[in-house]
Design a protein around this ligand. Structure first.
Ligand code: SF4
Length: 398
C-alpha cells in the first residue's frame, strides 16, 4: 500500500484543494502516514514572502522522510528553479494535473463534517498587491449540475454538518443563468447542512444581503476583506470600494442578521501608508467591532504593481503590528463576550483530552464538555471565553 503525507499552506481554497487530493488518493487505496511516506505533497501559497520561506523550509524537512517531495499550488511557477536545485518536484499550479486527467473527479471533493465545496477558481480583479490573478488565472465557474452532483455524492459518503462555499473570488460566480445567489438558494434546497460563505468582495447591493438572509441555513458569518480603511490607500490598492461603502455594507448585514460575525483581512505597511492612513484603519477596526481580523504585513510580490515599492521600514512595520494586535484583541474579546451565557450551535470536529472542539455558526472556536460520542451539530452553553476559545458544556437539543 502506498503512503503519502500532505502539508497545506494558505487560504480556504488551498484547504479545499488539499482535501480533494487527500480524498482522491485515499479512494485509490493510499494511506496517510508521516513514517517513510512514498510521496510528500506540499500545497503552497504565494500570498506573502513568509509563506515562500515556510514552503522551502518544509520541503527540506520532508526530504528527510521521503525520497519524493512534490510542491504544487500557487507558489510553484515562481519557485520551480529553486525547488529543482533542491531536488524537489514542482507541479503546475492546478493540482489536478497530479492525477493524470481525472480532474472532474477530484476538483469538487472534500470531507465532512465541514465540507469545503469549491465553486470557482481564479480572479481578474488585479488588486495592485495581489499575485493571485497571475497564478490562478481568469475566473472559471464550475457548472451547477456538477456542483449539485458532487454535493449529492458527498452527502452519501460523509456526515456533513456544514458546507463551506469557497473559490478564489466567489462573488465572480457566473454560469449560464446562475449567479452566486441562485446557486446558494439551490444548494440550500438540496441540503439541511448549514452553509458558510468564504470571502465576499465589495461592492454589492443591499438586495444581495437581503436575499442571503432569506436562505434559511446560511451561517451568520461574513468575511469581507477590508485591507485598509484609508480611501487613499484603497485607491492605490486598486480596490473597488471606499471605507464608507464598507461601513454601509456591514450595517446591512447587521440589519438582516442577529449579531453576525463580520471578519476581515488587513494589510499594514502598504507602500506609502502614512501614520495618518494607518490610524484610519486602527480606528475603523475599533468602530466596526470585527469578530476576527487577520493581519498581514505588506509583502512585495513579483509581477504586481505594488511589488515595485517597499517603502515602510521594518521598525515601523513592527510598531504597527503591535498596535493592530492590541486593538484587535480588544474588539474580538468584546464580540466573543456577547455569547457568554448563550447557546451556540457547534459543528463537532475533534475530541481530545476529554474536550470536544468545534466551530459555531458565527465562526467562534468552541471547546466543550460533551455527551459521549457527540457528533454533528451540538448545542453548547457558553460559560466563559479566553483569547483562543469559547468554553462551555453541551446541552440537550430541545
Ligand atoms: S480580489 Fe484582489 S485580492 Fe482578491 S484574489 Fe482577486 S486580485 Fe487578489
Amino acid at each position: 500500500m502506498k503512503k503519502f503525507f500532505l502539508k497545506t499552506f494558505g487560504c480556504k481554497t488551498n484547504q479545499s484543494d488539499s482535501n480533494s487530493l487527500k480524498n482522491f488518493l485515499l479512494n485509490r487505496g493510499w494511506q496517510i502516514s508521516c513514517e517513510n511516506p512514498d510521496v510528500c505533497f506540499i500545497n503552497s501559497c504565494v500570498v506573502t514572502r513568509t509563506s515562500e520561506k515556510k514552503v522551502l523550509k518544509e520541503a527540506q524537512k520532508l526530504k528527510q522522510i521521503s525520497k519524493r517531495v512534490i510542491v504544487f499550488g500557487c507558489l510553484t511557477p515562481q519557485l520551480k528553479e529553486t525547488l529543482k536545485e533542491q531536488g524537489v518536484e514542482a507541479c503546475p499550479v492546478r493540482y489536478r494535473s497530479l492525477s493524470n486527467g481525472v480532474e472532474d473527479e477530484i476538483v469538487f471533493s472534500g470531507t465532512g463534517p465541514r465540507y469545503f465545496l469549491k465553486i470557482q477558481n481564479g480572479c481578474s480583479s488585479f488588486c495592485s498587491f495581489c499575485i493571485v490573478p497571475y497564478v490562478r488565472g481568469k475566473p472559471v465557474s464550475f457548472s451547477p449540475q456538477r456542483i449539485f452532483q458532487q454535493l449529492h455524492m458527498a452527502k452519501e459518503k460523509f456526515k456533513i454538518s456544514e458546507i463551506v462555499i469557497n473559490g478564489t473570488n466567489i462573488m465572480k460566480y457566473s454560469f449560464e443563468n446562475y449567479d452566486l445567489l441562485k446557486l446558494l438558494e439551490e444548494i440550500s434546497r438540496q441540503t439541511p447542512a448549514r452553509i458558510r460563505l468564504t470571502s465576499l468582495s465589495l461592492p454589492f447591493e443591499k438586495d444581495f444581503v437581503r436575499r442571503i438572509s432569506q436562505i434559511k441555513n446560511i451561517c451568520p458569518h461574513f468575511h469581507i476583506s477590508l485591507q485598509s480603511a484609508s480611501n487613499r490607500i484603497l485607491k492605490l490598492m486598486k480596490r473597488n470600494y471606499t471605507r464608507e461603502i464598507f461601513e454601509e455594507t456591514v450595517a446591512w448585514f447587521r440589519e438582516f442578521f442577529t449579531q453576525p460575525a463580520i471578519t476581515t483581512d488587513v494589510i499594514y505597511g502598504f507602500p506609502f501608508e502614512t501614520d495618518a492612513d494607518f490610524k484610519k484603519t486602527v480606528d475603523f477596526i475599533e468602530k466596526i467591532e470585527f469578530a476576527r481580523v487577520h493581519i498581514f504585513p505588506f509583502s512585495p510580490r513579483p509581477k504586481t504593481l505594488a511589488g515595485l515599492f517597499n517603502t515602510i521600514p521594518p521598525d515601523v512595520l513592527k510598531k504597527r503590528r503591535n498596535i493592530l494586535k492590541k486593538v484587535i484583541d480588544r474588539v474580538t474579546r468584546k464580540y466573543k463576550q456577547k455569547f457568554v451565557n448563550k447557546i451556540l450551535d457547534v459543528v463537532v470536529e475533534e475530541k481530545k483530552n476529554g474536550f470536544y472542539t468545534g466551530t459555531s455558526q458565527n465562526y467562534l472556536k468552541v471547546k466543550f464538555k460533551g455527551y459521549p460520542e457527540s457528533c454533528g451539530i451540538a448545542k453548547v452553553f457558553i460559560e466563559k471565553t479566553d483569547a483562543e476559545f469559547m468554553w462551555g458544556r453541551q446541552v440537550r437539543n430541545e
